[in-house]
Design a protein around this ligand. Sequence first.
Ligand code: ADP
Length: 218
Amino acid sequence: MFLTLTHVTKVYGEKESRTEALRGIDLSIKKGDLCVLLGPSGSGKSTLLNIIGGIDAATSGQIQIGDHILEGMKEKDLTKYRRDHIGYIFQQYNLIPNLTVRENMETGAWLSPDPLDIDELIETLGLAEHQDKLPHQLSGGQQQRCSIGRAVIKNPDVLLCDEPTGALDYRNSKEVLALIERVNQKYGSTVVMVTHNEAIQKMADHIQSYLHRRHTAR
Ligand code: ADP
């Protein structure tokens, strides 16, 4: 297995404000898989992604990604781990407003030793005719496509998607999901997607290869 979580727990706060966000998560994902984790709001999905992404530390348990064991890793090594291996897509696109689509994508390649070819990626994401536009000149779906490009340009081993279609309508959601799948297939990134939207399961079923390679866990 490429990504393995063993008995992962996360507790926030103490006494009255104590919240158990994760209670012993076990999860194994093969390299190159596309994994969809479904759960209602507040069930700990973002917490789980932040722990896999090395942004937040688990309270207990083990997280292994390839050769990397995250618990006990020094901050400096965690920063390098995040930079070299993790791409992140959020519900909010978080694009830099005064940079063009192309320039926003370029920011994702900074410090990367082996970035993907930006022109090919722009083409793959269907953004060629929009590449010189600013974010406010784009639709929500196009902005999310740009943020996918920014996340994957460094060719991360792991692509973490936190409600990537949360701000989009049905048609744009389908398009964005199809592109995430395309990225998964073309570049081989292991994808972990979390959502509360069960419709994503239905949408995903329209995409052939989701049927073979998708995991869904609740
Ligand atoms: P989801 O992504 O499924 O909506 P979250 O991972 O955001 O769930 O949150 C899980 C639980 O942990 C919630 O009860 C939330 O209030 C709590 N929580 C998340 N982050 C923090 C934090 N930084 N401090 C305290 N509680 C938190």
